[in-house]
Design a protein around this ligand. Sequence first.
Ligand code: AMP
Ligand code: GLY
Length: 423
Amino acid sequence: MKLLVIGSGGREHALTWKLNQSNAVDHIFCAPGNAGTGMISENIPIPATDLPQLRKFAKENKVDLTVVGPDDPLAMGIVDLFGADKLRIFGPTKSAARLESSKIFAKELMRAQKIPTAEARTFSDSDEALSYCEEVKFPVVIKADGLALGKGVIIASDKVEATATIKAMMTEARFGDAGKRIVIEELLHGTECSLHALVDGKNYRLFESARDHKRAFDGDNGPNTGGMGAFSPANNWTAEMQAGFEAKIMQPLLDGLEKENVIYRGLLYPGLMMTACGPRVLEFNCRFGDPETQALLPRMKSDLVTLLEATIDGKIGAHAIEWDQCASVTVVLASGGYPGKYETGKKISGLAEAGKLDGVQVFHAGTKTVDGEVLTAGGRVLAVTALGQTIKMARERAYQAVSRVHFEGCHYRRDIALSAANG
Ligand code: AMP
Ligand code: GLY
């Protein structure tokens, strides 16, 4: 089979790495890919959002299966476009991807299906949103309705912050159309948990649990990022919680989609907050998580191509996903300054030395190869994953590997999976 993986992050390197292990695979293209995917597949310089070029490429090169990494091409309708040409592609249609691309659509569906989530109000008029700030109890969470590169969620601790955020989103259009409508919701407290499911329209299969670390600095301080690290399994996730999650969240969600005549086929990843009153849905993602994928796939024993194909064909119910019972810890190495301004083009050393450690995989994110050297090319640069019998052991190995990698300005969190390792 010929595969095309779309995207250029650590998630896409992990997907390419895992797909490459399948006996069914002869060749993988990655568009646009990074230095890491370039070592195990063929990078094609087409941006992930250039849908016409991607379609043309898949057609001309007789790609048997396309796997979409990021949310943007899904929200733009890449699956519908490929489908119209009978090109096989893994991911939800544009309509189904609204679960992620419209927080209001997701919120309304949750409300209709009584899925536990934060209490929320939605606004399409900035004056109404501003006057709501006169009566609401702070802090609140303000969210742009659409996709905003993970930056469209702001915690406002008082009226001043809320007013500035509403104006920035709705009046000044800082997130373009994504912020024309907003959600204002209660701030939930607890630890987060990421669940991934392969959904085939009717049935689904859950992955092992994972947790990511969204804040930039140790102790969950600083701004939200795309994710600074992850580990699996999540230490706060029990079999009882999983049963509750399936009964109160997954099944009602699938029932709700059916009522809306939406067929969801692809990876669905609800992000949960484990509150004192039980799990609450923070968001739905319609794609693999980043960096959760880098922590999850090294634990997966099943063939990923088989699972993706079964999902597309509506046959995931006939498959069980097998997992290694070990733990995994992923530490993200970022450019200094990320998620704000940062420099690129820094030489990365120690990659081979880190990768030599037992049970360690170095996944590339913002990297590129220039004259045989690997240089930084983005905010999140690498994701170093280590497996171990316990979270503690995986964690020690991951940081040992991280200590072998160097580039100017490198920033990483020292406390990834720390509480789980001690707990
Ligand atoms: P979202 O894009 O909705 O997933 O939000 C991104 C991140 O913001 C989440 O993963 C949480 O860390 C945080 N977040 C979102 N909504 C809430 C909430 N209601 N209470 C607390 N934290 C939240
Ligand atoms: N890990 C967060 C995300 O993929 O959205």
